[in-house]
Design a protein around this ligand. Structure first.
Ligand code: MOS
Length: 700
């Protein structure tokens, strides 16, 4: 069937593409209301203890100084924030290094920075001297405990059968430990907000993944009715989870604007991001896989130890994917967490699945080795009929199809399975495979759609486009439901003035927003058809709210799956690992825009490549903070690191998801990518490296 111009799935170009490349698109820090002042935050230089004094006299004597807010003079919040990471400048205790202890406000950016530099902060430990801090994670830490829940609301501890006993008697066993270091989100656009308080109304331009949540926080902290607070996030330069929750910068910008009566702009310096906007917590993994000689799994055990801060309990749910992936009569998946004097960890692209599947899929590769079995065949053999942990049927799965299609496209059948068998001069060449999974999440959303007399439509929903192409795909969803050409649809997103919507996170944006847009447009189409005659001047409008519908979804296990293949070369002289090619095949429901979906999947795979080879953060035990805090030291892949990456998908028709049949593509591309690269390095060298990243110092 020929694709009509409004078909879902067509590779429509980004509606805002021209605005972005010409600079017409404005980001949070590019709004400058008249009289706008600038703010610069002051991080604390110790990892624990107490602020005894903030001396602002030299700072306030700087040119252009307007205010220095400190824990001792800052306005108090009307109510404590639900997220204690936002309780800034409210108390003198130091929860971690980098916590903000002052905010300088001045007439220009340069002056604000100079004011901040002149602030003098004095700290003391509880006993008077500097408090010894504790920032080093290890499995035997005396404060380690098993929490009730891990991130995402999953039970932290699950056991089916007797995993230890089944492992002890399994004929083939793998018992291995893997380590993933702290990782940083580092979106291209650092966190920024411009706030303006006038006439009892607060208007904020924020770089965030969801403006409704930001509005709720600001209204509560500053005791304003929500209808007097507007949060605009029209264009956002990436978030990767680091902007998934409201962050301190927007609270501080609003506080400064209310306090000074001037509009205030606060753009965080990139070097502050690791300490105040969340990070992927380090994870220590122990995996025990037991199998019959034919490869049938009898016991799967995945135990994770991670850290959290003193401020909040965030537990990276890295053992959770082992509850989804492979059938086994006995299974143990559990998390332990150690509260340390470290910055608060939070969401980073596929939290849980990304480090968890790195460890699990590496261990599965080790099991294939121990069995003398092909790793694709081993995964296919253990593909479960129902979700192993819950027993629920899958709405759709198709991991086996992804593995087969990926193997075919990659040329897997030509691979010599022996490790270290392929050499080109000083280079060892190898290839590896790993599986991917990510849950299908969805949240309630509202939307409206208006038909105008000139035949055009306006669709409104407070979606956030963090660089994904959300505008474009929502316009496609609308056009399809209206049976209208794409050009006839005007889409308005990115403001709390629009119908309420959930965040761009958990790969749930398109499903959540699209569901409401589809319903509003379908209702409008019906209303227009029933109207007859010309439309009134102000058009016809229909609205939708999916709250009830989303809550009524039947209890299926809903996940996207994928298979990732990588080929690497390892230089035996320098220890450098380079990717030669990477190929992923995904089952993610209906793909709504081939161009933007491919871009999401490839971007995710590249992020997994960075995790495998270069991205690494060190917790500096002496100072108690991250060492690699900018892009000069925290190495994300550059173009020259990414030679050939292909993303494909299989046509998946799943009627148990949402009206579009989509699963979400924002995160699954990252999941499994690092394991595929690591397994390829093992195949190339015959050596198993169990700690990321695979930098030359480790590989040599
Ligand atoms: Mo994503 S880590 O759910 O924003």
């Amino acid at each position: 069937m020929a694709a009509s111009p409004h078909s879902l799935g067509t590779p429509a170009e980004r509606i805002e593409g021209r605005d972005k490349v010409t600079g017409a698109a404005r980001y949070a820090a590019e709004h400058t209301p008249p009289g706008c002042a600038h703010a610069w935050p002051v991080p604390v230089g110790v990892a624990c203890g107490r602020v005894t004094r903030v001396d602002t006299s030299a700072a306030m004597a700087q040119p252009g100084a307007l205010a220095v807010l400190t824990p001792f003079n800052a306005p108090r919040f009307a109510a404590p924030p639900d997220d204690p990471e936002l309780d800034v400048l409210q108390y003198d205790a130091v929860p971690h290094r980098g916590w903000y202890v002052a905010l300088a406000v001045a007439d220009t950016l340069e002056n604000a920075r100079a004011v901040a530099a002149a602030v003098r902060v004095a700290c003391a430990g509880h006993g008077g001297g500097p408090e010894p801090h504790d920032v080093v994670l290890d499995e035997d830490h005396p404060e380690a405990y098993t929490p009730e829940k891990a991130n995402g609301g999953y039970p932290a501890h699950r056991e089916r059968g007797d995993a230890a006993a089944a492992f002890a008697t399994a004929p083939v066993r793998v018992d291995v430990a893997y380590r993933v270091p702290p990782l940083h989100n580092h979106p291209m656009e650092p966190h920024a907000a411009t706030a303006h308080f006038a006439g009892g109304r607060l208007t904020v331009y924020d770089s965030c993944q969801g403006a409704n949540a930001v509005r709720a926080v600001l209204a509560s902290l500053f005791d304003l009715p929500e209808d007097r607070v507007t949060v605009v996030a029209e264009h956002v330069g990436g978030g990767f989870g680091g902007k998934g929750t409201p962050r301190p910068h927007v609270v501080l910008a609003a506080m400064a604007a209310i306090h000074t009566g001037r509009p205030v702009k606060l753009a965080l310096p990139r070097r502050h991001l690791p300490s105040v906007t969340g990070h992927r917590a380090p994870t220590l993994h122990r995996l025990r896989l037991g199998a019959e000689p034919d490869g049938t799994l009898v016991s799967v055990s995945h135990e994770v130890t991670t850290h959290t801060s003193r401020v909040t309990e965030f537990v990276e749910q890295a053992a959770v994917p082992a509850r989804v992936m492979y059938g086994s009569p006995h299974s143990l998946t559990t998390h332990r967490v150690v509260p340390l004097d470290v910055p608060s960890p939070s969401w980073m692209r596929a939290p849980g699945e990304t480090p968890g599947m790195y460890a699990l899929e590496s261990a599965v590769d080790e099991l294939a080795d121990a069995l003398g079995m092909d790793p694709v065949d081993l995964r296919i053999l253990n593909d479960p009929a129902t979700e192993p942990d819950s027993g629920r049927p899958f709405s759709s799965r198709h991991l086996v199809e992804c593995l087969r299609e990926g193997a075919r496209r990659f040329g897997w059948q030509d691979r010599d399975p022996r490790p270290a068998a392929r050499r080109e001069g000083p280079l060892l060449i190898g290839s590896g495979v790993a599986a991917s999974t990510y849950p299908v999440l969805v949240s309630p959303c509202a939307a409206s759609a208006t038909a105008h007399p000139d035949g055009t439509y306006t669709v409104r929903v407070n979606a956030t486009d963090i660089g994904t192409g959300a505008r474009t795909v929502l316009a496609q969803v609308a056009a399809a439901a209206l049976a209208a050409p794409l050009e006839a649809v005007r889409i308005e997103i990115g403001s709390t003035r629009l119908p309420r919507a959930p965040l761009a996170g958990g790969s749930s944006g398109t499903a959540s927003w699209g569901w409401a847009v589809h319903r509003a447009c379908a209702a409008l189409a019906t209303a227009v058809a029933g109207h007859g005659g010309p439309l009134p001047d102000d058009g016809l409008t229909a609205t939708a709210d999916t709250t009830d519908e989303v809550r009524r979804t039947p209890p299926y296990a809903r996940h996207a799956f994928g298979a990732q293949f990588a080929e690497v070369q390892v230089d035996t002289v320098t220890g450098e690992v380079r990717l030669r090619r990477m190929l992923g095949v995904f089952a993610a429901g209906r793909i709504l825009n081939a161009r933007t979906a491919r871009s999401q999947l490839i971007g995710g795979m590249v992020m997994g490549l960075g995790m495998a080879l270069t991205e690494h953060s060190t917790m500096d035990a002496a100072h108690g903070d991250f060492t690699e805090s900018d892009l000069a030291s925290y190495h994300v892949p550059a173009h020259a690191d990414v030679p050939a990456v292909e993303a494909h998908w299989i046509e998946e028709d799943d009627g148990l998801l949402n009206p579009m049949g989509s699963k979400g593509v924002g995160e699954i591309g990252t999941v499994g990518a690092a394991a595929a690269v690591g397994n390829a390095v093992h195949h190339a060298t015959g050596v198993r490296f169990r700690e990321l990243p695979l930098t030359p110092d480790r590989v040599l």
